[in-house]
Design a protein around this ligand. Structure first.
Ligand SMILES: [Zn+2]
Length: 241
């Protein structure tokens, strides 16, 4: 799924899904006016760019490489290496997922899971006006494969834990970050399914926040709505003879 996101006047972190489109590589609109940088925005942009520019297609990319880069950022922010794992089946070593446990004050509470996939659909250079694996900001929009689906969300979630760690913030309930692989090509390898089957304890959560719903901003960037979607569509073909 490819979604359009629009940047608010305050922050990329407030990015909201505007529309769902099956075709447009156009992803995040910056807005007509030039906003003042938000504290931490440059650091977020750097993380987002690194994730977007790491090719995670099935053919030549590596989710494992992207997971390693995000893990390194979290460790530089002070998170212990023991709090995170990169997990991949032996037969798909480049389809690694990063699972991070950010512990809360109350260890008896099940964590909230922040789930985002970091693999992207194939993108051939000749099909794109711009290099799909270079983050380009142009006329208020970001262009790149995965700039929206789902590396915006993955970056926002990762950046959140970077900030919490730097600020030594400790929520009451822990948070599990799951950056997974194999969402776009689940017929080949489904990362979430594999994790549930092979590492069920890591995937236990009170509830999960994942991609899917949308939201609306008005022309000035004011928040109008933020949808909450409780379930996801299921694709199915029907035929007859
Ligand atoms: Zn997606």
């Amino acid at each position: 799924m490819i979604q359009s996101l629009r940047r608010t006047s305050r922050s990329l972190r407030s990015v909201m899904i505007l529309a769902v489109s099956a075709v447009a590589p156009v992803t995040i609109a910056v807005g007509a006016s030039t906003p003042q940088p938000y504290p931490g925005e440059a650091a977020f942009r750097d993380l987002y760019q690194e994730l977007v520019e790491t090719n995670t297609t099935l053919s030549v990319g590596s989710c494992t490489a992207a997971a390693e880069k995000m893990a390194a950022r979290l460790q530089r922010a002070g998170m212990p290496a023991a709090s995170m794992q990169i997990l991949a089946p032996a037969e798909f070593p480049k389809s690694g997922s990063l699972i991070v446990s950010y512990t809360g004050k109350d260890a008896t509470l099940e964590p909230i899971m922040l789930l985002a996939h970091i693999d992207v659909v194939e993108a051939r250079r000749e099909d794109w006006v711009r290099d799909p694996f270079t983050l380009v900001e142009e006329n208020g929009f970001f262009y790149a494969r995965g700039a929206s689906d789902d590396k915006a969300m993955a970056s926002i979630f990762t950046d959140l834990l970077v900030r919490w760690s730097e600020q030594k913030y400790r929520p009451q309930r822990g948070v599990t970050l799951a950056l997974t692989c194999g969402e776009e090509t689940s017929e080949h390898f489904n990362g979430v399914l594999w994790l549930l089957q092979n590492h069920p304890a890591l995937m236990k959560a009170r509830f999960v926040l994942n991609e899917g719903a949308g939201g609306l901003l008005d022309a000035s960037g004011k928040h109008l709505s933020l949808d909450v979607q409780a379930g996801e569509k299921v694709y199915q073909d029907f035929g007859w003879r």
